[in-house]
Design a protein around this ligand. Sequence first.
Ligand code: PLP
Length: 244
Amino acid sequence: MPLSADERTLLERNLLQVQARIASACERAGRAPRDVRLVAVTKYVSAEIAAEIASLGQIDLGESRPQQIWEKQPILASDPRLAAQPIRWHMIGPLQRNKIRRTLPLVDLLHSGESLKLLESLDEEAAKAGLTSHVLLEVNLSGDTTKHGFRADELPALLPQLTALTHLRIDGLMTMAALEGTLDDAQRLFAQLRAVRDKLREQSAGALELPELSMGMSDDFERAILEGATLVRVGSALVEGLGA
Ligand SMILES: *Cc1c(COP(=O)(O)O)cnc(C)c1O
């Protein structure tokens, strides 16, 4: 269904609002806005709405289910409005190993590198496809056992295996705050992720630079920016007010 003029206006206003929140958090943090990339999470909306968001210049899009990328990617790729600026797809949720082959070529950055096993499978598939794939290590800092990811304390010992994955570029770390925590809890966790990154970078003795920190969602991304986030993953704030 084509979007109404009201829906378009709403999406544009939401995007401007999120951009303004990012700019103001950057100012408070003494950081340049260009150092923080907004990933618009489109998992709640149709391909048509995702295309509309992208047509506003917001070309980094994130999905938490591979099937959603499979469905939306070809639709957006054939949208004439987006021909000049190809979409960068971010995979932000669990990727089952049997879905790697189809998903990997479509994705610019996989945020959810949650286990060595998964990364080894990704490396293998990237090699077969002749690709170098960009990934982040997902770190579970909230202690929530239902969440995916590495424990921070297991990462140093895994450095030899991680740096042996020659078809992957490990660009940084990703985390999710606990759902039930306060904003201060979330901020402490984001500070922890940065500390884990700094330490791991040092321990890797130059093998890993880890420039990217993917942290912060609609409710807490300002706190993440204060702690050094370079990628914020924002969904609901962008589609708020849109009739589902
Ligand atoms: C859904 C989702 C987001 C976006 O969350 P909002 O609260 O809607 O902004 C961010 N990261 C991940 C991993 C998600 O699954």
